[in-house]
Design a protein around this ligand. Structure first.
Ligand code: BDR
Ligand code: CA
Length: 339
């Protein structure tokens, strides 16, 4: 199977990315790096370990990253992901011990041990990867491929008018990562899933119902048909119950911001693309991150036309069929829940 290092700030949609990978027979997660972002690093590590235990995957290494971004204080977003980061879900405190190596050391050691074989998937701020690149500048050549959820190009931001959250939290790290790939050959360019594409991946209550059905779990009930419908899981299946409680918070958050009663599946989409790039069409570009600026700091800029005279350092996802992604999510995670 394809070896994967997952770097997460779990996080509701990060948790679905994790479940998607665990549910995919062609993937083998060889290490998980916890990064500060949606919630602080320690909480990310707890959430991630709790999810591994929920699905019987407790043996996977979880390494904690830095507590703070490279150059700025940490900002978290409990508004978006709930007080502990997993929406309304409350999972048992995990017994899973944390790795005794740092997230950055884990990245470097795993990539060195199996050169050309490991895909790195980053669904949070890029702090750990930037620190790993400072230790091992050859990482772009040691990894088989890097897949990043982050940025907003020809699309508004979700944190400031031009900033996407993961880049906003640690823009210095993001710049170091994109700069490190400036000489990467075309087949090693990071695949970038930015808001331009991930905001087209709209999960709706119907998808949760389909997931429960795929897991042969009790259906999810709509208990309030008012303006803001409530979905409550009568599910006895622990994975379906988790998903319902987590994703319902994400629906409520998107609804609060007038985006509809739905949730953008940023991180699970990036996971699906990491395993099967054929899900997406891409376009090469040179990506850079604004670090100065009075109103545009942490904005990602894509030079699509070579105007800077620099080689492309990214393949940006520009198209996909969301229905194909959701079909896979439902089938795979439904089967995982049934196990
Ligand atoms: C990204 O921000 C986080 O809140 C999500 O988990 C996702 O990785 C989307 O901008
Ligand atoms: Ca995330």
């Amino acid at each position: 199977p394809q070896k994967i290092i997952l770097d997460v700030d779990t996080g509701i949609d990060d948790s679905l990315a994790l479940l998607y990978l665990l549910a995919s027979p062609e993937a083998e997660i060889i290490g998980i790096a916890a990064t500060a972002g949606n919630v602080p690093t320690a909480q990310v590590a707890i959430n991630t370990a709790a999810l591994l235990e929920l699905t019987g995957a407790g043996g996977i290494e979880v390494a904690a990253g830095a507590d703070e971004p490279l150059a700025v204080p940490l900002r978290t977003t409990e508004d978006t992901h709930g007080p502990q980061g997993l929406g309304y879900a409350e999972l048992p405190v995990p017994t899973h011990p944390l790795s005794d190596r740092s997230a950055a050391s884990m990245w470097v050691e795993l990539a060195r041990a199996q050169p050309g074989e490991v895909i790195g998937l980053c669904t949070g701020p890029l702090t750990n990867l930037a620190l790993a690149l400072r230790i091992e500048p050859e990482l772009p050549r040691l990894l088989r491929r890097l897949v990043i959820m982050g940025g907003a190009f020809n699309h508004p931001g979700n944190t400031t008018p031009t900033n996407e959250w993961n880049i906003h939290v640690d823009p210095e790290a993001a710049k170091e990562v994109f700069d490190a790939f400036s000489a990467a050959p075309p087949d090693r360019r990071p695949l970038v899933c930015a808001l331009d594409i991930t905001e087209t991946i709209e999960m709706r209550p119907e998808h949760l119902i389909a997931l429960a059905e795929a897991a042969h779990s009790l259906p999810i009930e709509r208990v309030d048909a008012g303006d803001q419908p409530e979905w409550r899981s009568a599910a006895s299946n622990p994975v379906i119950r988790y998903l319902t409680d987590a994703v319902r918070f994400y629906f409520d958050f998107h609804h609060l911001y007038d985006l509809g009663y739905l949730a953008h599946m940023h991180d699970p989409f990036a996971a699906a693309v990491a395993l099967d790039p054929a899900l997406a069409t891409t376009r090469p570009a040179t990506v850079d991150v604004e670090l100065a600026g009075t109103i545009t700091r942490a904005t990602t800029v894509a030079d699509w036309a070579g105007m800077w005279g620099r080689e492309p350092n990214a393949d940006i996802v520009i198209g996909t069929d969301p229905a194909v992604f959701f079909e896979r999510l439902v089938t795979r995670v439904g089967a995982l829940a049934r196990r």
